[in-house]
Design a binder for this molecule. Structure first.
Ligand code: AHM
Ligand code: MG
Length: 342
């Protein structure tokens, strides 16, 4: 019965009542939802609006920006500046912190990856936006990096929008994970995936196996055992999926389980890994833990990694609890072997 649907606005009001908080939180998230709807529209119009291809610029990471990277970044900055709730923002696409001018009452900080999975934009494969909200610590200058360098456990809310065969918004405010689908005609997100839970066990893993030659022993061992299937030590066949958009790969895991790995390896070691702690790893780790899964670097919980730089990179292994525990155990075994050999 379509008229009994719960919209994301209803859900936020219910949460607000449950927490006994003011309307600020709802307003805070509403601006993000509007930004995601606008980006969804631009992604959908694709080539018709001249949105595909390179922008002709590089971002702070030295990566070539796509036109839609720039469009999505501008939309996020603009839509979230006007509400008056954020004191400052940090984006994967920007070198500097963006202070919201004149907003002296802003008590929150917003971090975002405006368009994750950029390499998939031009080939019509799912991409997404990732966001993370922190409180502005008392007495700290919002334009200082220090204000943002808080571990993931301090996130107030996090989520992503995935622009796929339908547009969905998946959100946690620290009380489980809920998924909402955009009704394009009405322009509203509708609760379609209440209380998303990641199954503890899985038969699916997700890794860019073209990097196999760079892998370290624990990851190599885990993947080899999965690949050996029912004749190997795991005693069952595994499936492999790699979209190349973290948002889409994590969304699949939230829907049906699995493990996602972007580990540190011989090639990315000097950079600390591939994925960004503040814009990708922390928000996804918060969602995954809230859905009953685990998220680790291999040696520590992602949410407890003390950030040292805004654009810091980390290894990421997340998903079904028992599988992630196994990968962590392989890392510990390896450490033990190294200590024994010394
Ligand atoms: P991006 O934020 O520049 O799009 O980069 C992050 C993306 C992730 O979405 C994805 O998991 C990974 O990079 C894919 O990397 P690779 O090209 O090695 O497969
Ligand atoms: Mg990204």
């Amino acid at each position: 019965m379509p008229y009994s649907r719960t919209t994301l606005s209803h859900y936020l009001i219910q949460e607000q009542r449950r927490l006994g908080t003011s309307g600020a939180f709802t307003a805070l998230l509403t601006d993000i939802l509007t930004a995601c709807k606008m980006i969804s529209h631009e992604v959908n119009r694709g080539a018709m609006a001249g949105n595909l291809g390179l922008a002709g610029s590089e971002n702070v990471q030295g990566e070539e920006q796509k036109k839609l990277d720039v469009v999505a970044n501008d939309i996020f900055l603009h839509m979230n500046s006007l509400g008056g709730h954020y004191a400052a923002m940090a984006s994967e696409e920007l070198e500097e912190i963006h202070t919201v001018r004149g907003n002296v009452d802003g008590r929150y900080l917003l971090l975002f990856d405006p368009l994750d999975g950029s390499s998939n934009i031009d080939v019509n494969i799912s991409v997404g936006s990732i966001f993370s909200i922190l409180r502005l610590p008392e007495g700290v200058d919002p334009s200082s990096t220090d204000a943002f360098l808080q571990p993931g456990v301090r996130q107030v809310a996090a989520g992503y929008a995935v622009y796929g065969s339908s547009t969905m918004l998946v959100l946690t405010t620290g009380n489980g994970v809920n998924g909402f689908t955009l009704d394009q005609h009405v322009g509203m997100f509708v609760l379609t995936h209440p209380n998303m839970r990641i199954p503890e066990e899985t038969r699916e893993f997700s890794i860019n196996s073209s990097r196999q030659r760079f892998w370290e022993e624990p990851v190599r061992r885990y993947v080899d055992e999965c690949m050996a299937g029912k004749d190997g030590p795991r005693g069952r066949d595994y499936n492999m999926r790699w979209v190349g958009s973290m948002v889409a790969d994590v969304h699949r895991i939230l829907c049906r389980g699995g493990v996602f790995l972007y580990p540190i390896d011989a090639e990315n070691r000097a950079k600390g890994g591939k994925l960004r702690l503040m814009y990708e790893a922390n928000p996804m780790a918060f969602l995954v833990e809230q859905a009953g899964g685990l998220a680790t670097t291999g040696s520590r919980r992602i949410l407890e990694v003390p950030p040292t730089a805004l654009h810091q990179r980390v290894p990421v292994i997340l998903g079904s609890k028992k599988e992630v525990e196994r990968v962590v155990a392989y890392h510990q075994d390896c450490k033990g072997d190294q200590t024994a050999a010394q």
